[in-house]
Ligand binder design. Structure first.
Ligand SMILES: N[C@@H](CCC[C@H](N)C(=O)O)C(=O)O
Length: 283
């Protein structure tokens, strides 16, 4: 079977985008994995699938697969690529669209400067919604946030837990370049206190409107940028009293911008969405 695809990225977080409106797409986890494989496939952190909506009042349905083949709830950088894709392909003539995901509706908007801003919805801050099992743990109150002490890799790390539809655990580090992302990342990702696994963020606060961030993503490893990870880090930083909105997030692959007015309010994620090439692959 031949599959048409577009390769895109948002600040270096790279995607294979597939139009499942005009072609039949029904792949197994093994086939998603093969497409995302950087040696035997096209290569990507995530695969994004564009489908017809299933509910009233939305324009599209958006499905997301990590490079390990698992389907997940949300992808912020992918949402920007999604909006650029449906516009470039003429699937939508609107600058603002509403897109249903596994966990709620998000609303990307194409900006005049070529960037895309996404209303990612309100973060979920209750540990049970992440989900995070805090039973028997004594959390530390920091500002309006509770950080949870978790023993991982022979030390105790203090984590803010946030759901942006998908699960995030954010820690503050002195220097993001020397942070043990490759070792602590997988240990946090698979910690039994996170029953659905978790994306592990390492945030260095530069000033109240600027952070540096690395994210070890669930099901994909460290990526050059993580949109929902940037949202979660800024939400955690604001709640801990370390940051004020808006915040510039420097990731290894580029810069994102996050704005958040506080609990119950949506998080806005802005940044680039770039097409790299198009192709067709036998799968
Ligand atoms: N790169 C993404 C997040 C993709 C999903 C994540 N790895 C998960 O498993 O939740 C982003 O930009 O948000």
């Amino acid at each position: 079977m031949k599959l048409k695809f577009t390769k895109m990225h948002g600040a270096g977080n790279d995607f294979i985008v597939i139009d499942a409106i005009h072609q039949e797409v029904d792949l197994s986890a093994e086939q998603w994995r093969r497409l995302a494989d950087r040696r035997f496939g096209i290569g990507a952190d995530q695969i994004l699938v564009v489908e017809r909506p299933r509910s009233a009042g939305v324009d599209f349905r958006y499905r997301i697969f990590n490079s390990d083949g698992g389907e997940v709830e949300q992808c912020g950088n992918g949402a920007r690529a999604f909006a650029r894709f449906v516009s470039d392909k003429g699937l939508s003539g609107e600058r603002s669209i509403r897109v249903e995901t596994m966990k709620g509706v998000i609303a990307p908007r194409l900006e005049d400067d070529g960037s895309v801003t996404v209303d990612m919805g309100a973060p979920r801050l209750d540990p049970t919604e992440v989900p995070f099992d805090s039973a028997g743990l004594a959390g530390w109150l920091e500002g309006a946030d509770i950080t949870w002490p978790l023993p991982v890799g022979g030390k105790t790390v203090f984590l803010s837990v946030v759901s942006m539809g998908n699960p995030h655990a954010v820690q503050v580090v002195e220097d993001v370049d020397s942070a043990p992302v490759a070792t602590l990342g997988p240990a946090i990702e698979t910690h039994p206190r996170f029953p659905n696994k978790v994306n592990a963020g390492f945030m260095q606060v530069v000033d109240r409107h600027h952070i540096r961030l690395r994210v070890f993503e669930r099901g994909a490893g460290e990526t050059l940028a993580c949109g929902t990870g940037a949202c979660a880090a800024v939400v955690a930083g604001i709640r801990r009293g370390l940051l004020d909105s808006p915040v510039r997030v420097a990731a290894r692959g580029g810069e994102l911008s996050i704005a958040w007015d506080g609990p119950g309010q949506p998080v806005y994620l802005s940044g680039p969405a770039v097409t790299v090439f198009e192709g067709e692959i036998e799968i």
